[in-house]
Design a protein around this ligand. Structure first.
Ligand code: SF4
Ligand code: SF4
Length: 272
């Protein structure tokens, strides 16, 4: 069996349904400008790397609809922990097959406060996901996927196994609806396409740092309102006006307000 098929089979046995591969050469052909600097390329970090394998796990829509909340915060942490574990297991699986491999930590920073000093991690899982054909950037600065829109988190394994890259998604999944821009409580986003769309990164980081003091980070508002993703059909949430329209969706708003009132230090964390 080919190594790519073995990876797919292994991931499937772990319940990971989103997997993509990108040869490291993909980093050398920028998809847009400004592109990430060379020191962030996988083979700059781990010179033996031939391929980046990217896995994705979803954040379930009804949980993030309560964001910012303890519910979303806890699921975010769970998904990060799973990604760290699954990517470590996948790297070990490949090592046992004779392909030297390493997993990259999910968040790659000590605390949100460190992002105020140095706003980047040493590796971008989001760029890796796009290069592995899993999604495209949206105006909310996130990777949008067909299955879960931006409600997905990614982990990466760098391996010495050489594999063909998966096809890139050729046209943007972002509908440019600007719902994320309208919903951002600190006006951090603009009506430009990524990477120009995040105009005030410090405002976004400061908001998350502030929510973190109250055990309610991350913010998540620009992720929950995004209309992209088949998860909206699964949960029957295709009308995103529901987040602003209390009069016609009173039951949903009561539930979200209830969740937001518990488990953190702010009674009303704010946001639609
Ligand atoms: S995470 Fe929150 S603060 Fe940051 S851009 Fe999105 S909505 Fe704005
Ligand atoms: S909310 Fe609209 S503009 Fe923002 S990322 Fe999603 S599709 Fe794009």
């Amino acid at each position: 069996m080919k190594i790519r098929d073995r990876i797919a089979e292994y991931c499937s046995s772990l319940g990971i349904s989103m997997v993509g591969c990108a040869h490291v050469k993909r980093w050398e052909s920028p998809l847009f400008e400004p592109w990430i600097p060379k020191q962030f390329y996988p083979h700059s970090i781990y010179p033996e790397a031939q391929t980046a394998i990217v896995i994705g796990l979803p954040i379930h829509l009804p949980s993030i609809e309560t964001a910012p909340s303890i519910w979303y915060r806890e699921e975010y942490k769970t998904v990060n922990a799973l990604l760290d574990q699954y990517s470590w297991h996948l790297a070990s699986f490949l090592n046992d097959l004779g392909y030297p491999s390493v997993s990259i930590p999910r968040d790659g920073y000590g605390d949100i406060k460190t992002l105020l000093v140095q706003p980047l991690a040493f590796f971008s899982h989001r760029h890796a996901a796009v290069l592995a054909g899993l999604g495209t950037f949206g105006r909310n600065n996130m990777v949008l996927t067909k299955k879960w829109g931006p409600r997905v988190r990614f982990g990466t394994v760098l391996t010495g196994a050489e594999m063909e890259s998966d096809p890139l998604i050729s046209s943007s999944l972002c509908t440019t609806c600007n719902a994320c821009i309208r919903a951002c409580p600190v006006f951090a986003l603009s009506e430009d396409d990524y990477p120009e769309s995040l105009t005030d990164k410090a405002a976004c980081t400061n908001r998350s740092a502030d929510l973190n003091k109250h055990f309610l980070s991350p913010c998540g508002i620009c992720i929950k309102v995004c209309p992209v993703g088949e998860d909206r059909m699964l949960y029957d949430r295709t009308n995103i006006r529901m987040y602003e329209d209390k009069a016609n969706y009173p039951g949903y708003h009561r539930g979200w307000d209830h969740v937001r009132s518990y488990g953190g230090l702010l009674e009303k964390p704010g946001g639609p």
